[in-house]
Design a protein around this ligand. Structure first.
Ligand SMILES: [Zn+2]
Length: 489
């Protein structure tokens, strides 16, 4: 897009939105920084494609779109979650009938090698998100990425044989990272998007961790220690190849589940919670070995996607969304080695959602303080965790849910990621929290928050940012504050 088209697009939109176009000059100067946003099909359908692009450019200074192309989760592809305030743009409705799937058009020939089949999301009829938005965005000089997420629905054809198997032998809702049909599906999906559409790149996100971390509830929201995965035939075989006996692993996980259930009830083992936990690890080194086996399977998929995208479209930029748990759990953080990621990623979107980060972090601390760290007072668990994660300026435990995490957190996590990939060509794009939902009474996003977090990410040296989770749930004033910080960066 040349400058004249740009100004024309800007001024038409400006007239519609009654915003003065003084920022246009500043936006040009800022063209080297990526200003990304996550946005789903629903917004273009509800508000009109050109209109949405106008708003994103004007208010957010956005030059890159991360389009929610494959997911069965409304978190990135829906409108607004029931119970949250209605958005101040688009349809004033919740998604009660959200389904999800492939929001572009699946091309069957790519999926010949997998039992899992890509199904067009039925949410918007024949609407093809990528076919609609790509040419319109690219003619404005905006870049476009397909943003795909590891969230599968119950009715995906072929999924029944690809499900993970939990500790008690039950099929789980999640799919197994060692199952060839799952791996081939993700390769096929990447090939389909990269070969069927003129994309600038792809982003994959998987908000999952292994059975040991799930068993000890090391995430916000916790979980049932008897529902951990995966104990399927593929995991059994892969374990055997490493000299790990799945039967021994299951025995260890059963004992860990019993320990966790007792800990949650406050039934202190004679030698204390931490000592008993450590004793289980000594007796059953399979607990850690199975965690590593699972995690290696997850990470192999990042490599699969990277190779498939590069082969399909050599110029495509390939990146990964790193789950927010990286900000709370030192256990999960240990599995997110930025230098290792840099070998299979052109960029990493590190989630540094600071507003919802407050209540989520407080919940993480609660989970740990009622389990393996139950010997310690809750405030001490937070203090020690802050030391482990190198957070120096965050609220007390009782204030965290209403205060959120600070812009200092955004700055230091951005800096840590940049240092982690130093000497490589991997870029760091912090994911900025704009109205990520929280419970009533908890921290909500304000324009000042978005301005501060966006500025912090750029001041730390980030070459770009991604406004998250999705445009449809963002208040326009908050998006504008992000745009202001981006233009000043
Ligand atoms: Zn498995």
């Amino acid at each position: 897009m040349n400058r004249r088209q740009f100004l024309k697009a800007g001024s038409l939109a400006t007239a519609a939105a009654a915003i003065t176009p003084t920022w246009l000059h500043a936006a040009d100067k800022n063209s080297s920084k990526m200003v990304g946003i996550q946005v789903g099909a629903v917004s273009f359908v509800d508000e009109g494609t050109q209109r949405v692009l106008d708003i994103l450019q004007e208010r957010g200074g956005v030059n890159t779109l991360f389009l929610a192309a494959f997911t069965y989760g409304r978190g990135i592809a829906g409108r607004q979650i029931p119970g949250q305030p209605l958005p101040d743009h688009g349809k004033q409705e919740y998604d009660v009938n959200f389904h999800g799937g492939n929001f572009a058009t699946p091309h069957a020939k790519f999926y010949a090698r997998t039992k899992l089949k890509a199904v067009k999301a039925p949410d918007h009829g024949n609407y093809d998100l990528l076919a609609d938005v790509l040419p319109k965005a690219q003619s404005r000089g905006m870049k476009v990425y397909a943003w795909n997420e590891d969230v599968f629905g119950k009715d995906v054809p072929g999924a029944e044989t690809v499900r993970e198997i939990d500790l008690r032998g039950r099929p789980a809702g999640t799919l197994c990272p060692l199952n060839p049909d799952y791996r081939e599906f993700l390769i096929a999906l990447t090939n389909d998007f990269c070969q069927s559409y003129e994309l600038d790149g792809v982003m994959w996100g998987s908000e999952r961790q292994g059975p040991l971390l799930n068993a000890i509830g090391a995430k916000h929201g916790g979980g049932d220690p008897a529902r951990v995965t995966c104990f399927c035939e593929f995991h059994q075989k892969a374990g055997k190849e490493r000299g790990i006996d799945m039967a021994r692993a299951k025995e260890g996980f059963e004992k860990l589940a019993a320990f966790m259930r007792a800990a949650r009830k406050g039934e202190r083992p004679n030698d204390g919670y931490f000592v008993q936990f450590w004793r289980l690890l000594l007796e059953y080194p399979e607990l850690i070995a199975w965690e590593k086996l699972w995690t290696d399977g997850k990470h192999a998929i990042y490599s699969d996607i990277y190779k498939a995208a590069k082969k399909s479209r050599p110029g495509a930029q390939v990146g990964f969304h790193i789950w927010h748990n990286n900000s709370f759990s030192p256990f999960f953080r240990a599995e997110q080695d930025y230098a290792a990621f840099a070998k299979v990623a052109d960029f990493l979107k590190i989630v540094v959602y600071n507003n919802c980060g407050g209540p989520r972090y407080a919940d993480y601390i609660e989970q740990m303080a009622s389990g393996v760290l139950r010997d310690l007072p809750r405030d001490e668990v937070l203090r020690i965790n802050n030391e482990w994660l190198h957070y120096t300026n965050e609220a007390r435990l009782d204030k965290l849910p209403t205060a959120g995490l600070s812009a200092d957190y955004v700055f230091s996590e951005t800096k840590r990621a940049l240092d982690g990939v130093a000497g490589t060509s991997c870029k760091i794009y912090p994911g900025i929290d704009i109205d990520v939902p929280t419970e009533p009474g908890q921290k909500k996003t304000s324009p000042d928050d978005v301005y501060a977090s966006t500025s912090a990410a750029f001041h730390a040296g980030a070459p770009g940012i991604i406004f998250s989770r999705k445009y449809s749930e963002m208040k326009l004033a908050n998006l504008s504050a992000g745009g202001k910080a981006a233009r000043e960066a």
